[in-house]
Every structure is written in C-alpha cells, then in structure tokens.
Ligand binder design. Structure first.
Ligand SMILES: Nc1ncnc2c1ncn2[C@@H]1O[C@H](COP(=O)(O)OP(=O)(O)OP(=O)(O)O)[C@@H](O)[C@H]1O
Length: 629
C-alpha cells in the first residue's frame, strides 16, 4: 500500500513533491516538525493544585498532590522529575484535563482560566502506555494518523512525506515496515510520540517519553522536542530520573516529591536554591541524581526548610521576572486567546475531514487489521462450523421425525443459544474504550465515524458465521428444505447473532472486559427462563409476564418455531401407528404458539438491536463527555 523509500532526503523529496504538483507552501505548512511553524504560544500556570482520591467510599482519603504551584513556559522544554509515585503522571493528567474530579486549585492558560474542551484541542498528551494497533506497521500507523489528523485532502504524497520525516526524526526509518506488536519497547514509545507529533500541537505533554530508550535515542528524541519548542510549543516531559546528558538539554525543571513541588523554574537556578537550603551539589554531579537524593532524604538536611525556600523563591521569581514576561505575553496572547482566535490557533490540530472521509480511512485501517489478525477470524468461523457439524451429527435427521419433536425443539433452542453467546463474548473486547478515547480526545476522528466503521466491518463476518452455522445444521438435522423456511430461519439466526454482538459491545463499552464477560451470562440467562422453552408462555405467572414480554430469546425462539413448524407445514413423518406430534399445528399449540406473527417478531428483534445500539452510542458519548468535562 505504501511503498516509499524511508531515507529520502528532504530536498530530494521536496523536488519530487514539486514535480508531483504539490505546492511547496502546503508541504511546509504541514511539516510542523521541520519547518518553523507559528503556533499560538500557550503559557500554562497552575496554583495550589491539590488532588485526593478516596478509598472505601469517603472513608480513607489519599492526597496525591498538595498545593502544587508552578508554570510551564511556551518555547521551552520543561522536565518534571521526582521519585516513583511522586505524582508526575497525575499532574500531567490534571494539566491535560484528563483528570478533573476532586481537583482543587486553578489552571490558567495565558492568564485566562483553562477551558478544558478548547485546551484539549490544542494539546497532545502521550501517556506512559500508549495503545497502538498491533497489526499496523510503523509506516501505516503514521500514515493513517496523518490522513486522519491533517487536512491533506487526497494528497497521498504529502502524507508519505510526513511519515518519512517523522520516522527519520525519531529514528524509526529502519522499522517502517515492522508491525507495531513486533517493535521494541523503545520503538513503540517513539512511534506513539510520532503519531501525536503529526499535528504540531501547541502543548505537548509526555509521560516518561525516554523510558525504554537508549541514551542515543533519548538524546535524539529530546532534540526533536527542542525543535518543537523552538516553534513556540510548550513541551513538558515527566521523567523519573534523567541522565546528566539528558538533563543538560532541558530548559526548566520542576521537582515533585510526595505530591509537593520542591522547585519549579530555570534549570540554571535549581542548585542555588538548594544550596541556600543547605544542600550543596558536588561538582560534576548529575543534577537530577542530586535532587532525587535530597528529596528522598539520602542527604542530610532540613527538607521542610527546602520546601519553604522553594515556595518563597518561586513566588519571588514570579513576582519579578516571570510576571513581567507574563504580562507582555498575556497582552499579546490574551488577544490571541479570544474565543474566535482560539479556533484559528488550533487550525493545525482541527479535524477538517468529513465523517465520510474519516470513515474511509478508518475502514481501510480496520480492513488491514482484520486481514492481519486472521487467527481470531478463523477461530470464530471454525467454531461455528464445528458446532454446526456436531449439532448435525447429534440431531441427525430429527427435523421431520414426529417421534423426535421434543429433541428437535431442543436443537433449535440450542442453535439460538450458541449463536447468541458465541457472538456476544468476543464482542466484549470489540470496543477498546481506552484506545478509542485516547485517539478521539486527541482529535483523530469523530465518534460517529468510528462507531459506524466498527459495526459495519464486523457485519460480514457475523453474517458469514451465522449463515454457515445455520445452513450446515439445518441441512444435517433434516429440517424441511423449503426456500421460505430456510430464509425465515436464516433471518432469525442473523438477527440473534447481531443482537448477541450488540449486547457484547454494550457490556464491553459500558464496563471493562472482566465485568462484561461476567454480565453477559448474568443478564441473559434469566431472560432464557422466559423464552417459552423451559416453561410455556401461558404457564408463566402473571407477575413475571413482563419479563417474558421483554425477553428477546422468547421472540427469537418463537420465530424459529414458526419458521420450522408454522405456515401450514404438512404433517411430520411418523414411523409408528400413532404419533402424538404428527401435526405441526399441534406442536405449535403445545408450545402456546404463535403469540405474535413472524414479521412482528422480526421487527421486535430489529428494534432490540436498534435500541441497544442507541444505548451503546449514548454510553460512549457519556464516556467522552466525562473524559472532557
Ligand atoms: N486513582 C488512584 N487511586 C489511588 N491511588 C492513586 C490513583 N492515582 C494515582 N494514585 C497514587 O498516587 C501516587 C502518584 O501516582 P503517579 O502515577 O502520579 O506517580 P508518578 O510520579 O507518575 O510515578 P511513576 O514515576 O512511577 O510513574 C501513587 O502513589 C499512586 O499509587
């Protein structure tokens, strides 16, 4: 699909692009990482940020951040250091707007209180664990991200050019054709940064971007981040313990210790501040190592005093130098930050693709993944065929035998059960909500585009599995070979399959996989009781009748019964003088059927599927709202 030479030189490719009729200005505009692109300057300030979590209801409170005050300057690379569990990730999540409940304190952008919705469009947050699609290569991952996130219309060449540029800048050129699940930890990390770099965000927050990278790759990455900062980007990295070489490349440092800010400001001043509190750094010592030794009490001294000095130094520096800068910055930026201009400032990250264009790209992505992830597809198909054959062998030629009516009815019920559960269980994992939210909130695509593609791409497989299962078992169990009966049975089988899948998606998207897998049988099995198989509809107590009315198994089962025994079916074959279940009408009335017409059953099952999809969609909207609010 994407045959390009990963090592093209900029000028050579640019000439090729020009030859291909692509405007150089467009190219420059899109190549935010190599060209000096004018972003809006976003200066972030946070005051007295506190964050607590509660265990056992409201009984046990754990404070994670305590009155953290600091700032993140645009055009600079800031590193947040601190021991494990200090609160670095939590702080990044709060700044990005991903975490907001139980947060006290204020966050301002260029002096204006942060609007989470608007801010999220201007920033990118790369978490410690970034979900990448395992069956896409590096090239495809970057290419699809470029196509989804940038307004490059149908310009394949520009997308390819961007892919090569980002891969080169992050040292990924030699693994462009490697699947994401085969990449090393460091390569995966760089790829996850690369997909977010594509839009050239105004604020770039990275959690442990150098974990798993060797020193050469770490330095290369920090260089790339510096280049971004030079183009007005506010770059922030949370790094547990940077090396001396790495720390020398950062402009500002913020130190966190057990949720407290133990310094925030220029890297050049940190040792003076620590010295004034009685902590002297030996010559040629790694600053980060020294700071960590101090705050983890490996060096003698008064930490409380250090904290007080850090707070007062920060206040002092803010009052003089930084405040002046801020005032200058705010006067220009606040003008930029008016509502209308905000939209212009997020031009680079704004989705300009229509839903249809997004759907096409997502469809392409889904097809590649389905083709490569053939194991699951094959397993699903094989399970349907194997169980159908088993069913055929066990109930061989029962369909037209009046003596075996009860067994045949059990066979039909089993058929429905298998289709429902075999399709609902795998669907629980169909909506990887975290990966979806991560991409959606970073402005990759709309929910509508993602949802429709997800549902439609699985539909052919569902129909294929349900059809093969139904045709094999129908034929082998000796049901009546009449085209309208086959079609009616098939339609019920397909509907119960889709219904099963929708139930699976609903539980999987509303809860996590473990809860989803527990909930499917827990919710469905009670409905099975009211399906009319274990006891007749008329035998169900009046108080429990509503459960029978809402049981979709009841309609699916009755649909099957009508398809097999209804519509004036001729009498069944009877090998003895008298068979009790000789007449198909007698069989149906023995089961208290029909209660509704076959076509109403089809409509009810269709309504069930529609309503469940509406609920899934609402759940996803709520999850997005909750993540954004
Ligand atoms: N939702 C939560 N419930 C309970 N504790 C939490 C929650 N979120 C974070 N914590 C705790 O808050 C502390 C800070 O976590 P955080 O992930 O921010 O640390 P960190 O500095 O990023 O650590 P690391 O360098 O190991 O990634 C940890 O002790 C963690 O266990």
């Amino acid at each position: 699909m994407l045959e390009t030479d990963g090592n093209n030189k900029n000028d050579v490719t640019a000439v090729q692009m020009f030859d291909n009729g692509i405007e150089l200005s467009e190219l420059k505009n899109l190549m935010g990482i190599t060209e000096k692109k004018q972003r809006s300057q976003l200066h972030i300030e946070f005051n007295d940020l506190s964050y607590s979590v509660y265990h056992n209801g409201k009984e046990a409170k754990k404070t994670i951040l305590r009155n953290v005050t600091g700032h993140l300057e645009s055009g600079k690379v800031t590193v947040i250091i601190g021991p494990s569990g200090a609160g670095k990730t939590t702080l990044l999540k709060i700044i990005s707007g991903e975490r907001w409940l139980n947060v006290d304190g204020t966050i301002t952008i260029n002096g204006v209180e942060r609007n989470r919705g608007t801010f999220r469009k201007q920033m990118c947050y790369v978490p410690q664990q970034f979900a990448l699609l395992p069956f896409l290569t590096t090239r495809e991952t970057l290419y699809i991200a470029a196509r989804l996130k940038l307004d490059i219309k149908r310009n394949e060449q520009v997308a390819r050019m961007i892919v090569n540029e980002i891969a080169e800048s992050l040292g990924l050129s030699n693994c462009l054709d490697t699947l994401a699940n085969k990449l090393s930890g460091g390569e995966r990390k760089r790829l996850s940064i690369g997909v977010e770099m594509i839009t050239s965000p105004s604020v770039f927050l990275l959690d442990e971007p150098t974990s798993g990278l060797d020193s050469a790759a770490s330095n290369q990455l920090i260089n790339v981040l510096h280049n971004m900062a030079r183009t007005n980007c506010t770059v922030v990295c949370a790094i547990h313990q940077p090396s001396s070489q790495m720390i020398s490349q950062f402009d500002n440092i913020m130190v966190l210790d057990r949720g407290r800010c133990m310094y925030c400001g220029p890297k050049s001043d940190i040792l003076n501040v620590y010295e004034s509190a009685g902590f002297t750094c030996p010559r040629f010592y790694n600053i980060a190592e020294f700071v960590l030794e101090v705050i983890t009490e490996q060096r003698d001294g008064d930490l409380e005093n250090l904290y007080k000095i850090c707070c007062s130094e920060y206040k002092k520096s803010k009052d003089d130098k930084y405040l002046k800068n801020k005032i200058n910055l705010s006067t220009t930026s606040e003008q930029n930050f008016k509502k209308d201009d905000v939209l212009t400032s997020v031009n680079s990250t704004k989705q300009t693709l229509s839903t249809w264009q997004q759907q096409k790209i997502l469809f392409l992505r889904a097809l590649i993944c389905i083709k490569r992830d053939s194991t699951m597809t094959m397993l699903r198909f094989a399970a349907h065929v194997t169980v159908a054959l088993l069913l055929g062998v066990v109930f061989y030629n029962f369909g037209d035998d009046a003596k075996k009516v009860n067994s045949n009815i059990a066979c039909l019920f089993f058929l429905l059960l298998f289709l429902f559960f075999a399709n609902s269980m795998p669907a629980v994992q169909m909506f990887p909500t975290e990966a979806f939210l991560q991409e959606h909130l970073n402005n990759w695509y709309s929910l509508r585009a993602y949802y429709s593609v997800k549902i439609l791409t699985d539909l052919p497989m569902q129909i294929l599995c349900a059809s093969s299962f139904m045709f094999i078992s129908y034929y082998m169990t000796g049901q009546l070979m009449e085209s309208n009966r086959i079609l009616q049975t098939w339609s019920i089988c397909v509907l119960i399959t889709i219904l099963g899948q929708t139930v699976g998606i609903l539980t999987g998207s509303a809860f996590n996989t473990e809860i989803g897998i527990f909930l499917i049988p827990a919710l469905s099995i009670p409905l099975l009781l009211f399906a009319g198989f274990f006891l007749k509809i008329g035998e169900i107590s009046m108080y429990l009748q509503p459960l029978s009315t809402i049981s979709f198994f009841r309609y699916a089962f009755e649909g099957m019964m009508q398809a097999i025994y209804g519509f004036n079916r001729p009498n069944l074959y009877c090998s003895e003088i008298y068979c009790y279940h000789h007449s198909s009408n007698a069989i149906l009335s023995m089961m208290d059927m029909p209660t509704v017409s076959f076509y109403v059953i089809l409509m009810i099952l269709g309504c069930w599927i529609f309503c469940l999809h509406v609920i899934v969609y609402t759940v996803l909207c709520w999850k997005i709202y909750y993540a954004r609010k």
